[in-house]
Design a protein around this ligand. Sequence first.
Ligand code: NDP
Length: 444
Amino acid sequence: MSYVDEVYERVVRENPSQPEFHQAVREVLDSLRAVIDRNEEKYRREALLERITMPERQLLFRVPWVDDKGQVQVNNAFRVQFSSAIGPYKGGLRLHPSVNLGIIKFLGFEQVFKNSLTGLPIGGGKGGSDFDPKGKSDREIMAFCQSFMTELHKYIGADVDVPAGDIGTGAREIGYLYGQYKRLTGRYEGVLTGKGLSYGGSLARTEATGYGLLYLTEEMLRANGHDIAGKIVVVSGAGNVAIYAVQKAQQLGANVVTVSDSTGWVYDPAGIDVALLREVKEVRRARLSEYARARATAEYHEGRGVFTVKCDVALPCATQNELGLEDAKALVKNGCIAVAEGANMPTTLEATDYLRENGVLFAPGKAANAGGVATSALEMSQNSMRLSWSFEEVDSKLKDIMVGIFHNIDEAAKAYGMPGNYVAGANIAGFLKVAEAMEAQGVV
Ligand code: NDP
């Protein structure tokens, strides 16, 4: 059996009931075959793949808090410090009822390669809780965040581990987490990113993942003889990534006709009204049905359906495994030319294969959504320097990073005989840097 297959079997055996983690490891290891096979003996002797697929540290803890009725609630919480080979652990905190250790491990594993691709000195980690922020009062959110940080603060720090936002963790939650960290430690440092502008946040961080997704998509289309201007785009999700993906796509001249949330989706052939979308989702924290109610050109549909709409470009920006084989078939049938992942692993392995086999350009999340973490790293730099850059400065660095990532993954794919395979290119380029750092640092 090949070394790659041996390691994959070990991961499955040692991490039962964690299908998302298996899926993420499978995708990475499969595309590393070309690299590993060239040096199998060396990598096997160094147990490099066993080490890279095993987190350096996994923290599991309980978060007790008191709700508005005086009832004590308790949630499971996690922080997986996956790899510090190239910098302090860095990755978001997800607050969603579906969170479990396997999901946090898949996200942490992906984060290692994504962070490497940014070219910035950040390792990989991820955390979160099965706490559901939906329907909670501000006081309940604060109670949860303070209790969560009371345990987490022992393990993080500006040069140790720097968490950020993710699903369910936005500016409000980061603010409460930061306040509690400062109170417990007495330190005012860049320990979290995604902070508010009044207390150390970076301009353009809020927009960064969505904008970065479009910068990379634009470059990928250009390199393949297409132009984003005039294209019909479908977006799923209606959160941080989706909103700013819609905004930047429109600025680049595309027509975005859909968004979705966890209950339904909107089709708006006149183009999504970003101001209204932000009002409904960011201010009122309401369902998308309210968007359709306020806009004559929009139709609201219950359930899923974004990927059945005819489009040139599809940008899944909600959550993992939201784009399956049937969706991929519908996209191909409707003439879609490109899919770029704003969310983490939104496309199943079968759907990814189907899209690629049918000539659809495919940019994997670890490259396409790296703009968020890249700008978080720029926030860390500004905090360390006690400086703030302008929106234009940060946005222009973000654009350079995303264009650089595209060319890096494109060249890696070509160098290993798989031109146009950006999944392989991203995994290989991300891996090579981490592997080199691990080898240089010895058996740790
Ligand atoms: P948000 O919480 O802001 O938004 C998530 C959106 O997806 C919401 O519209 C939500 O619906 C919807 N959604 C969440 N879970 C599900 C589900 N199980 N089924 C259907 N819809 C769902 O999160 P973000 O925009 O920050 O994150 C979206 C994705 O992007 C995630 O995969 C995240 O890991 C990834 N990502 C985020 C980065 C960032 O900087 N924020 C950086 C890199 C990746 P509803 O409105 O009903 O809650």
